[in-house]
Design a protein around this ligand. Structure first.
Ligand code: MF3
Ligand code: CO
Length: 291
């Protein structure tokens, strides 16, 4: 692979520097990890400075939309109104909602209420009521660059039990984030997420995870939370991926609505929460790009 590049050839990263003074030592380090049996990222998963800047511009739209919803979401609103807000704000800012027509997904955003785990369809018939918890999952394409993040919102008077689920799920993401550093492993993050959920008596959805993101909506690696410390893909600077655990108050099992093959629910009907951030692995540790 990389070792085919000559020492004096231009580096693959586009820096216009010679390979030997740019990414050669870096590649050797990755290669030695691969030889030890670790899964390692390919070069196309590593974003350069210019790509990171473009991705950050896309993230700005996603953050602005979620900030707006944070201030304006309320009891009595239907989720189709949220879909319209997301579409209008995203396009006004020059972006495209990434979910729209993605593998046939028919809306601009996912709005998942209570026992909906993810991919909830916005609808004028889903009216937010006091006591609901709702995840709004926004993703944007700007000039071909992707951003993806989601937040939970508590509507009106939410029970202590559900508030705790929302809070602990957020903490799971924070605990996972602490583990994101170069030359660590994706499994360090996954185990931290899982351990915190488990310690609080919750379960973490197994079938659906996070993903690399930036140049495409969903890139490698797949990001699960049933992984173990020291396992899964090696983390190196330039990787960007999401951390987006779905945490169930009750049992881990889920099902997909056969009517539309999108909307996912908990099998036991108990609530589920999710927060999603987009993180860049840096030389020093990590940077959160989107939340
Ligand atoms: N935002 C979701 C994710 O985190 C994407 C769901 S696919 C969609 O990966 F089509 F529903 F958008
Ligand atoms: Co995502």
């Amino acid at each position: 692979m990389a070792n085919k590049i000559g020492r004096n050839d231009p580096c693959w990263c586009g820096s216009n520097r010679k390979y030997k003074t740019c990414h050669m030592a870096f590649d050797d380090k990755i290669w030695s990890m691969a030889l030890q049996g670790h899964e390692v990222p390919s070069h196309d998963l590593l974003k350069n400075a210019e790509q990171i800047e473009k991705i950050k511009e896309s993230c700005k739209i996603n953050i602005a939309v979620l900030d707006y919803l944070d201030a304006n979401i309320k009891e009595g609103m239907n989720t189709a109104e949220i879909d319209k807000i997301v579409y209008d704000m995203t396009t006004d800012m020059g972006g495209i909602p990434a979910p729209l027509n993605y593998e046939g997904y028919p809306y601009s955003v996912c709005t998942s209420v209570n026992d909906q785990v993810c991919h909830g369809f916005p609808s004028k018939d889903v009216i937010l009521k006091s006591g609901d918890i709702v995840n709004v999952d926004c993703s944007t394409i700007l000039n071909g660059y992707f951003s993806d993040s989601s937040r939970m919102f508590c509507i009106g008077e939410v029970s202590e039990e559900k508030r705790k689920l929302v809070q602990v799920t957020k903490e799971c993401v924070e605990k996972g984030l602490e583990e994101v550093k170069p030359w660590g492993f994706l499994g360090d993050m996954g185990q931290a997420v899982h351990d915190h959920a488990f310690a609080n008596g919750y379960t973490v959805v197994r079938e659906i995870g996070g993903h690399g993101v930036g140049l495409e909506f969903h890139e490698e690696p797949w990001v699960g939370y049933n992984s173990k410390r020291g396992e899964e893909m090696l983390l190196v600077p330039g990787m960007i991926f999401t951390i987006e655990p779905m945490v169930n108050m009750g049992k881990v099992e889920i099902f997909t609505d056969p009517k539309n093959n999108w909307e996912v629910y908990t099998k036991d009907g108990k609530p589920s929460a999710q927060w999603e951030i987009m993180v860049l692995v840096t030389e020093e540790g990590h940077e959160v790009l989107c939340w």
